[in-house]
Design a protein around this ligand. Structure first.
Ligand SMILES: [Zn+2]
Length: 72
């Protein structure tokens, strides 16, 4: 009888462990990206994350081409 209780306890622990693991897994990894500061391209006003934006002369651009073209 004691063995059945032990198995049930182990199953319960495994269940809680798997559940917490899955919950951690489901958290969207995109959260950090969405929180990233967005800047508007000076040429086309498209919003781009600062890490992807090109900075030139104190202004942000979405691409190398728009950086060359400058303010539109
Ligand atoms: Zn642009």
């Amino acid at each position: 009888m004691g063995r059945i209780i032990l198995i049930l306890v182990l199953v319960f622990i495994a269940y809680v462990f798997v559940k917490s693991f899955l919950r951690r897994d489901q958290r969207p990894a995109a959260d950090a990206d969405q929180a990233e500061h967005m800047v508007a391209c000076r040429h086309c006003q498209v919003n781009v994350p600062t890490s992807e934006a090109l900075l030139a002369g104190g202004h942000y651009y979405c691409s190398e081409e728009h950086r060359r073209l400058g303010a539109g």
